[in-house]
Write a protein that binds this ligand. Structure first.
Ligand code: URP
Ligand code: ZN
Ligand code: ZN
Length: 456
């Protein structure tokens, strides 16, 4: 009788905060043994000598197939999750879309229908509250009891909440032991700066950045954190992009506000100079790309352990979609692809280049999002009894990011030509190999909806 369904031999396994040469035995989708010299009694055995083995990585912020301007982000749950798998991601968190007049529960239902039977990695939903917040909050306690403990509001865009509504929602979410996420930009500052550019008839891509200045981010974070501190409730800032915004969040934290900070590879690796390149409008995303000084501040914060999560805000558009606004900043759909390149970029430009340790990378890509979003201890760490979600990486190879080899539906990549220190060998989801040598090999759709309860 085989003891394991899959046995991984001699990997450099990241567990308990460091790498050790170990075998991993997998049975019924779980890690059932973790030791060296395990008996070779397994249906399938892979010798992964010298390869790095990490917990399956988590992208806590994606947007598959969402409506933006007159179009939809290019990846649906099928293509987006295949891209995720080929980038070492085994769990994504996407967002519901609340249509005007719709209940939160119906919005969850509708969104789940788009993912169910199509998503090749495990998935959870953050519930967007974008319509009639005072009314929507009545649903929150039941939704949290059903396993949906994270919510998001915007302080800008048409679907924004004002600060009074923000307070009401934060209170409702926090009272029910949930977590509120905020897209933080002060809408007045954004509207004024945008109007100035439009009046001056300057629609060039760089004006996307000046239309959404860093002080709009900082001001919204400052205001939101004041309310969170006052209510003694936690708050999670999505896609933090600027040094000013970072300082606002860190200052609030120093004063005792429990604020989680998420940033994204685009704010670490790209700058607003990209808007002046050929196809600069492709890089239009919100918040906009910033300066080198901003990126450096974010890297420093990562290295100081001040940033909790790195996620992608994956919201891809094809070249055709990006070109649909004739290159004008206010007519170009906002968003960048990123789910497949998250881990390779963070490994290369973070760990390999010495900006952060391997442990810090695993924290921001796996352990912290698992804890914050309540899927730990099943996910986020390699230990006995955890889901056998694993990524196996060959750091002795090198590769180059090339959009043609990526699996999403954006036919370009913001990171085209960037060198990568390593290559993906396998992505394993609950014991099933879903990517092999950076190609998708998943057979049936394996991804399941994560209903989330309290971590121990
Ligand atoms: O421009 C972006 N990032 N689009 C996705 C929606 C959002 O604000 O996160
Ligand atoms: Zn956002
Ligand atoms: Zn987003």
């Amino acid at each position: 009788m085989d003891q394991f369904d899959l046995l991984l031999c001699n990997g450099c396994v990241f567990t308990d905060g460091c790498t050790r040469s170990l075998d991993i035995g997998i049975h019924n989708g779980k890690i059932s043994a973790l030791a060296s010299g395990l008996p070779k009694k397994s249906e399938k055995i892979l010798d992964i000598s010298g390869k790095l083995v990490l917990p399956g990585l988590i992208d806590a912020h994606t947007h598959m197939g969402i409506p933006i301007m007159d179009t939809f982000s290019a990846d649906d749950f099928t293509s987006g999750s295949i891209a995720a798998a080929c980038g070492g991601i085994t769990t994504i968190f996407d967002f519901t879309v609340q249509n005007p007049g719709q209940t939160l529960s119906d919005s969850l239902h509708m969104r789940h229908e788009k993912a169910q039977g199509k998503c090749h990695v495990d998935y959870g939903f953050h519930v967007n509250i974008t319509d009639q917040p005072e009314h929507s909050i009545e649903e929150i306690p039941q939704l949290i009891a059903d396993g949906f403990p994270s919510y998001k509001v915007f302080s800008t865009y048409k679907m924004m909440v004002n600060w009074q509504q923000f307070r009401t929602v934060l209170h409702a979410v926090g009272q029910a032991n949930g977590l509120l996420l905020l897209h933080a930009e002060d809408n007045d500052l954004v509207q004024n700066a945008t109007a100035r550019n439009i009046e001056a008839r300057d629609f060039t891509p760089l004006q996307h950045a000046s239309s959404r200045p860093p002080d709009a981010e900082a001001s919204a974070i400052h205001e939101a954190c004041k309310i969170a501190f006052d209510l003694e409730l936690p708050l999670y800032i999505v896609h933090l992009s600027s040094k000013q915004g970072l300082h606002a969040a860190l200052e609030a934290r120093r004063k005792g506000c429990k604020v989680y900070i998420e940033t994204c590879p685009q704010y670490l690796l790209l700058t607003e100079e990209y808007y002046q390149r050929d196809h600069g409008h492709y890089f239009i995303t919100t918040p906009p790309l910033r300066t080198e000084e901003d990126s450096q501040a974010l890297w420093q914060a990562l290295s100081d352990g001040e940033i909790d999560v790195v996620a992608t805000d994956h919201c891809p558009f094809s070249e055709r979609q990006k070109n649909s606004g004739n290159g004008l900043f206010h007519r170009t759909p906002n968003g960048l692809p990123g789910v497949e390149t998250l881990f390779p970029l963070m490994y290369t430009y973070g760990v390999s280049q010495g900006r952060i340790s391997l442990k810090q990378m695993v924290q921001v890509l796996a352990y912290n999002p698992a804890r914050i979003f309540k899927i730990y201890p099943n996910k986020g760490e390699i230990h006995l009894g955890a889901d056998a979600d694993l990524v196996i990486w060959d750091s002795s190879q090198t590769s180059t990011i090339c959009a043609r080899q990526l699996h999403g539906r954006a036919d370009w990549s913001p990171y085209e030509g960037m060198k990568i220190s390593g290559k993906l060998c396998y992505t394993i989801l609950r014991g099933q190999i879903i990517a092999d040598n950076a190609s998708f090999v998943g057979k049936n759709v394996q991804g399941k909806l994560l209903r989330r309860k309290e971590s121990p």
